[in-house]
Ligand binder design. Structure first.
Ligand code: HEM
Length: 199
């Protein structure tokens, strides 16, 4: 009889942390950029998030709002690609069974949260992409045109509301997921978190 693995594969572990941190970063990014003024002067170089760490240079002048919106779209499309690959990986490499000491209701809650997170992880970038396509700007991926803007404000606003509301739902499930991981680590001390660690 084959021995059942208790850990996720290396690829699944790397994708989990890369996408998890990427999504948290995208929330902070989204909240940062929507507050940028619409009438700020255009520039050709931007000190990324005013952190003094990296200056991004362009070959044309754009407003800070346009620069950060384009960057949010580019990073978001990249994360969507990683999420699609992650789902392919999950379907071809089944996750190890949840640990035996978990109660039935805990297993049910963990499974429901995992499925909801997968769904929301697809819906949040997909709704962002749809919003961008129906706006007048379209999508450029790091300067490469991917989709023309259709300029339909009514449909754009529907996807904009979806992007915001899916974000709220995703944050609720992310909160449950993190609380669950903390409970297993500090209350049950059952090694659940180690299953998602490289070492
Ligand atoms: C990958 C996951 C993503 C996350 C977690 C995310 C998150 C966010 C958040 C938190 C906001 C601010 C919403 C608000 O409070 O007003 C936002 C705005 C926005 N996002 Fe995303 N986003 C993601 C992907 C994308 C993608 C792929 C695109 C487009 C290709 C996109 C396009 C936009 C645009 C255009 C806005 C500004 C909406 C406006 O005020 O007009 N997002 N996003």
């Amino acid at each position: 009889m084959a021995i059942e693995s208790t850990k996720y594969t290396k690829t699944a572990i790397i994708l989990h942390w890369l996408i998890g941190l990427g999504i948290i970063f995208m929330f902070l990014f989204g909240w940062y950029m929507v507050d940028l003024p619409k009438d700020a002067p255009k520039a050709m170089s931007f000190d990324l998030f005013d952190l003094g760490i990296y200056t991004w240079r362009l070959n044309e002048e754009v407003s800070p709002r346009a620069f950060y919106f384009n960057l949010h779209k580019s990073v978001g499309i990249t994360i969507l690609g990683l999420i699609i690959f992650r789902i392919f990986w999950r379907l071809t490499h089944p996750a190890p069974a949840l640990i035996k000491t978990m109660k039935a209701w805990e297993k049910k809650l963990a499974h429901t949260t995992h499925h909801a997170l997968y769904l929301m992880m697809v819906l949040i970038p997909a709704s962002g992409a749809a919003m961008a396509i129906y706006s007048k700007y379209g999508i450029k991926w790091f300067g490469i045109p991917l989709a023309e803007g259709l300029g339909n404000d009514t449909i754009r606003d529907i996807f904009k509301n979806a992007h915001i509301n899916i974000g709220i739902i995703l944050l609720v499930f992310l909160g449950l997921h993190i609380l669950g991981a903390l409970k297993h680590t500090f209350v049950n001390k059952d090694g659940t978190l180690k299953r998602m660690m490289l070492k």
